[in-house]
Ligand binder design. Structure first.
Ligand code: GLU
Length: 420
């Protein structure tokens, strides 16, 4: 993430233009620009060498008009309070757009988890969840995985919470391991949703996804599965990358083979069937049909937007495109499937998991996957329809349509409650 671009400022700019588009007043902007609650916690963690280290974490609860706050927790050395607030606002729109009974929240801990041992990571995770235990809950705020957190971290959160509250509350976190009430489909659901929306946009813009070239930035939980599903749908994945760099092969990769290589070595760099090693910046500017940025915020900026050659961008990451860059890309005719639509598969599956936990029942993987596919296609169609029928496509991208639908629903709920 570039430290020069503040994601909260970006999020507020997006909100501002949506408020204008919907013809709402300044009071609506103010009611939505500020999170309902932002909590900072200090974590004292015993390290393996016996010393105690201090970490800082946050939980931002942006808006609860539609239901309990929902959103992941990220561990990253560059996390800031403003970033967490922006991400929590994006969760409000994401949940609203998907028609879920949730508001938006997000958490973060400023740490490089790659530098911690398993024991240190467990103690940090337990300390963080204990510190926020009074503001989370099955009907209050429901965390989930995000950048560099995973089902194991959710298992520690669940266990810590159970101890503190002296009871079993499966629904307090989602993205749990299957043994603890998680769903098999949750781990690939964000990537699947990204692939579905990327393919649908490619179908409408380019006539189909089969044989189209794709570059995927980021090979974490989102990028990894997005690449796998896009390949399954017939696309040619010609470039992938992780935090150490990227690889390119014009003939396309066998994605599972790259995954196996990364699992062994820790990175895609050095994969023997790559034609060349490329940087993360170079990946974005490749001559491909579809670009899937699935790492972090602010990677497509006014500096590189003009060099982008893809006709479709599907945002697997949250906030990868800045507002200025989006203006340029819209002028260039690039269709952007925005994050709140393209990566909603994760939170949609989280909702299925949460409902399943609260019913004490066991939905099958097939049922869960079908529900996800239906819901995300529904969202896509609604957004596309709004874009075509209500907006000037030369001026506005799909994001404007997605935001209009999402913000409108939150505003209506707030009005009904007398909050606006
Ligand atoms: N962290 C994911 C996101 O940004 C998932 C959130 C959730 O499942 O609550 O959408």
């Amino acid at each position: 993430m570039s430290i020069l671009i503040d994601p909260y400022e970006e999020a507020k700019k997006q909100l501002r233009s949506t408020i204008e588009l919907l013809g709402l007043g300044e009071e609506a902007y103010e009611a939505l620009a500020v999170p309902e609650r932002l909590v900072q916690v200090k974590l004292a963690v015993r390290m393996d060498d016996g010393t105690v280290k201090t970490f800082i974490g946050w939980r931002s609860q942006h808006n609860s008009a539609l239901g309990p706050y929902k959103g992941g927790i990220r561990y990253h050395p560059d996390v800031t309070a403003n970033e967490v607030v922006a991400l929590s606002m994006w969760m409000t729109w994401k949940c609203s757009l998907a028609g879920l009974p949730y508001g938006g929240g997000k958490g973060g801990v400023r740490v490089d988890p790659k530098k911690l041992s398993a024991g240190e990571l467990e103690r940090l995770s337990r300390a963080y969840f204990a510190a926020i235990s009074d503001i989370v809950g099955e009907d209050l705020d429901i965390p989930a995985p995000d950048v560099y957190t995973n089902p194991q971290v959710m298992a520690w959160y669940l266990d810590e919470y159970s101890k503190i509250k002296r009871g079993f509350y499966f629904g307090v976190v989602t993205g749990k391991p299957v043994e603890l009430g998680g769903l098999m489909a949750r781990v690939y659901s964000t990537g699947l949703g990204t692939a579905i929306t990327a393919a649908e946009a490619a179908r409408r813009v380019l006539g189909g996804i089969e044989g189209r070239t794709v570059a995927v930035q980021g090979f974490g939980n989102v990028g990894y599965y997005a690449a796998l599903f896009l390949e399954e749908m017939g696309a040619r994945v010609v470039a992938v990358s992780d935090s150490k760099g990227g690889i390119f092969n014009p003939n396309g990769f066998h994605v599972q083979d790259v995954i196996d290589f990364k699992n062994k070595t820790g990175t895609v760099v050095g994969y023997p069937k790559a034609e060349k090693v490329i940087s993360n910046e170079e990946l974005l500017e490749l001559k491909v049909d579809v670009l899937v940025p699935s790492a972090i915020e602010n990677v497509i900026t006014e500096k590189n937007a003009r060099n982008i050659k893809a006709k479709v961008i599907a945002e697997g990451a949250n906030g990868p495109t800045t507002v200025e860059a989006e203006k340029m890309l819209t002028e260039m005719g690039v269709v952007i499937v925005p994050d709140i639509l393209a990566n909603a598969g994760g939170v949609i599956m989280s909702h299925i998991e949460w409902v399943n936990n609260r019913m004490g029942g066991w939905v099958t993987e097939e049922e869960a996957r079908k529900k996800l596919e239906e819901r995300i296609m529904n969202s896509f169609n609604n957004v596309w329809k709004f874009w075509e029928s209500k907006l000037d496509k030369q001026k506005h991208n799909l994001r404007a349509a997605a935001y209009a639908v999402a913000v409108d629903r939150v505003v209506r709920a707030m009005k009904l409650k007398g909050l606006l």
